[in-house]
Design a binder for this molecule. Structure first.
Ligand code: GDP
Ligand code: CA
Length: 332
């Protein structure tokens, strides 16, 4: 069985661990978001790809939720002593080795997909069931337009990382753009994986800055739409709130309510020009099933907290199997 998962970082990697537990025989291709990527201190950093790799390797710091466990901060201390900007973004000493290798390989002309493969092999081993692909080898960056009373225009555009890490998603959001996306092409393997998949899953990742950019790479949305496999999506919005992160600040800026059903309808049913065959919401949002089904999107409610890979596996299997409302099973 071949499964393709579209995913971001922290939420995405928890979900993929659940997919691996749910389908112990399957091979899983993860199409990862790269629109969070940024260059700092001369290093190319891919937060979502690295979070995915470290988490699947069991090497992520469990308390911080990002970066490596057993990390040191000597390089950062030294950079701060130089007052080298940006000082608001932390990079651990061991993590920096990843960025050094990536930056060096990119400079030598290797595409990001190849760099990602090399890094994944080190962390996951050559016989891993997971293949991690960046959504594109091209440079795409999420920029956020925020209100800024100190600027003459009353607003300012910042990189997503600055919005999230430095500004803590506090300023009002006026707009979100994925810079460079219209010129991007899917990384090698992405379209082929979607065409060959037995099952396509949308992780409960951030709809605006994780899943949005993946689907936004020209050709990817069309490939999901025309995939022979069933496509099932899972909500990261529970009871009108994201479980973690800042999706609640970003969804209104793209005209979507902070609501599980609204996000499902934003992705849309394949039968109505969207990408989904079924949308899975949390049990707390079961009242929205009627709205979803009334709009032609098959939907199911199930507890969606990714507390452990086993609980995550349970809701993934349930979502794929379908509901008691006569909704058919989409894959086995
Ligand atoms: P990031 O790239 O590190 O921000 O991570 P993702 O975009 O992959 O995931 C962030 C999203 O995952 C957020 O919008 C969360 O609401 C969602 N999320 C996090 N934990 C859970 C969980 O336990 N259950 C569900 N359903 N969603 C979650
Ligand atoms: Ca991210």
């Amino acid at each position: 069985m071949q499964i393709v998962v579209l995913a971001g970082g922290v939420g995405g990697s928890r979900f993929v661990r659940g997919v691996l537990a749910a389908y112990p025989q399957a091979r899983v291709t993860v199409v990862g978001n790269t629109a969070d990527d940024i260059t700092m201190h001369g290093l190319r950093i891919c937060p979502d790809l690295d979070t995915m790799t470290y988490a699947l390797a069991g090497a992520i710091d469990p308390d911080r939720g990002w970066g490596l466990a057993d990390e040191g901060w000597r390089v950062m201390e030294e950079l701060r002593a130089h007052q080298a900007e940006p000082t608001w973004f932390n990079l651990g000493d061991r993590d920096i080795a990843t960025h050094l290798l990536r930056t060096q390989m990119l400079a030598a002309g290797h595409p990001l997909s190849e760099v990602t493969r090399v890094l994944a092999r080190r962390w996951l081993g050559a016989d891993s069931r997971v293949e991690l692909l960046p959504m594109t080898d091209d440079r795409v960056e999420t920029h956020v337009r925020v209100a800024d009373p100190h600027s003459p225009s009353g607003e300012r555009v910042v990189h997503f990382q600055e919005f999230w890490v430095r500004l803590h998603a506090e300023p009002p959001v006026l707009g979100v753009a994925q810079v460079g996306i219209e010129r991007a092409t899917p990384a090698e393997g992405v379209l082929a994986a979607l065409a060959a998949a037995d099952l396509v899953l949308l992780a409960p990742s951030n709809p605006v800055v994780s899943i949005g950019p993946v689907l936004g790479v020209p050709g990817v949305r069309e490939a999901v739409r025309s995939a022979p496999a069933p496509v099932v999506g899972f909500s990261g919005i529970l009871s009108g709130r994201p479980v973690l992160g800042m999706a609640d600040k970003l969804l209104p800026a793209v005209g979507v309510e902070v609501d599980a059903a609204a996000v499902g309808l934003h992705y849309g049913a394949r039968s109505a020009g969207g990408v989904l065959d079924r949308w899975v919401v949390d049990s707390a949002d079961a009242a929205s099933l009627a709205r979803l089904r009334g709009s032609g999107l098959a939907a199911l409610a199930h507890p969606l907290l990714m507390t452990t890979p086993e609980l995550t596996a349970e809701f993934i299997r349930a979502g794929v199997a379908g509901g008691p409302d006569g909704d058919r099973a989409l894959a086995s």
